[in-house]
Design a protein around this ligand. Structure first.
Ligand code: SAM
Length: 279
């Protein structure tokens, strides 16, 4: 069953000559049942503004609107997509606001009314950078309640990874310190046009009101960056970059000086950050 009365995406792309550009990370989703399913991973959208990055020809945008989003604010860098998006806006009067903007340089906050969910099939070249920005705002809680984002599978694994997992690192700690994360859907290359070389996955991230463990964000980031910069080394050695005598702070945090970054829980890193600030 069609999710809306608009034309199929293949026709939209042909009519507006939207040949995918690699430089813009353009891999489009043309199956509207799939885009509606991705939209549903964000939970109930009614009563929410949704921020979408990179609507392209509008497949996920249509999914979000069909699933009941109060409003979608969509940032698209490629002005070739604007006429196609104007057709979607006309089908949902007053509900779709498109900005022809670079998401890395645009403050979307001014255009959004809470509660806000972010849902996007992100351009791979800027996806991680945007995620880190959303996870490290000036003040917590952030402007968004949840992030439902498509990444390369390997990045998705890094976001949800637990201690001891080979994907565990800075991204997992940043994401899981103040949020709950889950892999929501695996998406094979064939789902996209053109098909990328890699597999993809949708990750769902929900912001908590408070961090799971107390720590100063900047200190936590410094400790984690130093620890994982040399992830195979013992912490007493890798932390020398940020402290002249790491043994002391490791002891204060209750962590063995011979432990390695990948074994340390988020609770442990927060204890280290607090010990560093106290010392
Ligand atoms: N949402 C569409 C879909 O699911 O079919 C397109 C997704 S495609 C992976 C990524 C989209 O992000 C493209 O439309 C691309 O033009 C856009 N884009 C790339 N870099 C961007 C940036 N810095 N800011 C905003 N949009 C960007």
């Amino acid at each position: 069953m069609a999710i809306d009365a608009l034309p199929p995406l293949r026709d939209v792309i042909a009519r507006h000559d939207l040949r995918a550009r690699k430089s813009l990370g353009q891999n489009f989703l043309l199956d509207l049942n799939l885009t509606a399913k991705i939209a549903r991973q964000a939970g109930d959208l009614t009563g929410h503004d949704v921020l979408e990055i990179g609507p392209g020809p509008g497949g996920l945008t249509r999914g979000l609107l069909a699933e009941g989003a109060r409003r979608v604010v969509a940032l698209e860098k490629d002005d070739r997509c604007l006429p196609a998006l104007a057709e979607v806006a006309a089908a949902y009067p007053g509900q779709l606001h498109v900005e022809n903007a670079d998401a890395l340089a645009f403050d979307a906050g001014a255009h959004l009314n809470g509660p806000v969910k972010v849902v996007a099939n992100l351009p791979y070249n800027v996806g991680t950078e945007l995620l880190i920005r959303w996870l490290t705002p000036q003040a917590w809680p952030p402007f968004w309640d949840s992030l439902t984002l498509m990444f390369q599978r390997e990045v998705a694994q890094r976001i949800v990874a637990a201690p001891g997992d080979k994907h565990y690192g800075r991204l997992a700690i940043l994401a899981n310190w103040r949020c709950d994360t889950a892999l929501a859907m695996a998406i094979p290359p064939e789902a996209f046009t053109p098909a990328p070389k890699v597999h993809s996955a949708v990750v769902h991230i929900t912001a908590r009101a408070e961090p799971k463990y107390p720590a100063r964000q900047k200190t936590l980031e410094r400790v984690v960056a130093a620890a994982f910069n040399q992830r195979r080394k013992m912490l007493r050695s890798s932390l020398k970059k940020i402290h002249p005598a790491p043994e002391g702070i490791l002891q204060d945090a209750g962590i063995a000086p011979t432990a390695r970054a990948e074994e340390i829980s988020i609770e442990g890193f927060c204890a280290l950050a607090r010990a560093l600030d106290a010392g």
